[in-house]
Design a protein around this ligand. Structure first.
Ligand code: ASP
Ligand code: MG
Length: 406
């Protein structure tokens, strides 16, 4: 008998009809004789609705009270789902995070899961019952309701799977799995049968929205196999697991992209120790995350510095940098928020040369200017003009033969 944790997101439980659909799927696993624990998110956009409700009343609600409010979204969906299951003669019990005791830190709105008490869940499983657990929430050591950050139900599911030593954690959602790239941009994109944790972390970190980054980190840390599949259609989806050493990995598995970028380039800075620090420290002090950084020497003892931030931080960063540059009268600043980043990801890059050369060859052929580059062992990221992004992604998808084979 296998033990599976299945997580259904907001769109999968977005209506009563969809809750019936979920119940039917749970029933199938239960009928097979496997143990199943279900984790559900709030119905549709319920969490946003609750947030709007609070903010319409008070602009900055007390975080403890906001968590008490937001946690109700999940409480509704698990109760409804458990009711339907019971009506189908499948013994089910809904639980809030506090009832299970999903123990978290006390940082309201972004609490960390510290441990999960599994006694009640194990007793249910032993008795053939289906626990249906509210995602996204827990309880602090003071007994207060906490939430673990938007989109956190994926993490709840993985944490439960780890605590229960489940065989697999399945994230059932509105897409068929993890694709070579976003199929809305490249219709030939293919659903990947498997990807490694490392690749998934890069893809999720670079803007592929299928899975919550924290959930993937958690799964990797505890080596919990994760499967992303459709909540609506049959299909094996994508298995995310440890890299298989026996199978030769494809050089490139996927291409992720992110439009929310802004770029700053400062030319003619003094080429001496401490310049980058003087510019970037105030940016980081303002809690602005700097992503790509390139420093290059230019003639006459000068150097140039380029970096990127999230587009939402563009205006604030510009203000900070312009103020600092008053102390560097010979430098010039170019800033734009019309740039996008794409990342080519694959564990096979480790053992293959020439990935970057083919990438630049493709950009040359397409006459797309590469503004910045950064690399890791299994990833090459490029910053390009936003309007060229789509063409770049399509061309690279062809270059690395990622399309559906005919
Ligand atoms: N309902 C929560 C949210 O919308 C948690 C989740 O969906 O995973 O952020
Ligand atoms: Mg949601």
């Amino acid at each position: 008998m296998a033990l599976i944790v299945q997580k259904y997101g907001g769109t999968s439980v977005g209506s009563l009809a969809l809750i019936h659909n979920v119940a039917a799927q749970v029933a199938r696993v239960h009928a097979r004789g496997d143990g199943i624990v279900v984790v559900a998110s709030a119905m549709g956009d319920e969490t946003d609705r609750l947030l709007d409700l609070a903010r319409a009343l008070i602009p900055h609600p007390e975080p403890r009270e906001l968590d008490a409010l937001l946690a109700t979204g999940e409480q509704v969906s698990v109760a409804l789902l458990a009711m339907v299951l019971c009506s189908m003669d499948i013994p089910a019990r809904s639980y809030t995070g506090a009832q299970v005791r999903v123990r978290t830190s006390a940082v309201h709105g972004k609490a960390r899961i510290e441990g999960i008490d599994t006694e009640r869940l194990r007793a249910d499983l032993q008795a053939g019952r289906v626990p249906v657990v509210a995602g996204f929430q827990g309880v602090s050591e003071h007994g207060d309701i906490t939430t673990i950050g938007r989109g956190g139900s994926d993490t709840t599911a993985v944490a439960l799977a780890v605590a229960l030593k489940a065989d697999e954690c399945q994230i059932l959602t509105d897409v068929d799995g993890v694709f070579t790239t976003d199929p809305r941009m490249v219709p030939q994109a293919r659903c990947l049968a498997r990807v490694s944790f490392e690749e998934m972390l890069e893809l999720a970190g670079q803007g592929s929205k299928v899975l919550h980054l924290r959930a993937v980190e958690f799964a990797r840390k505890y080596n919990m196999p994760l499967r992303v599949a459709s909540a609506f259609r049959r299909g094996a989806g994508t298995l995310i697991c440890e890299e298989e050493s026996t199978v030769e990995a494809p050089v490139v598995s996927g291409i992720a992209f992110n439009r929310d970028e802004a770029e700053f380039s400062i030319f003619g800075l003094p080429d001496e120790p401490g310049t980058a620090y003087r510019l970037l420290k105030p940016v980081s002090d303002a809690n602005i995350e700097v992503d790509m950084i390139v420093i290059s020497a230019s003639p006459q003892g000068r150097s140039d510095l380029s970096f990127t931030v999230h587009r939402d931080d563009y205006v604030q960063t510009k203000r900070i940098i312009e103020a600092i540059l008053k102390g560097f009268p010979e430098s010039t600043l170019e800033a734009t928020d019309r740039v996008a980043k794409l990342s080519v990801v694959g564990v096979g890059m480790r053992s293959h040369a020439g990935v970057a050369a083919r990438l630049f060859e493709t950009m040359a052929r397409e006459a797309i200017n590469v503004r910045l580059v950064s690399t890791s062992e299994i990833k090459i990221s490029l910053l390009v003009e936003e309007e060229k992004l789509e063409r770049a992604v399509r061309a690279l998808h062809t270059t690395y033969a990622l399309s559906v084979q005919d």
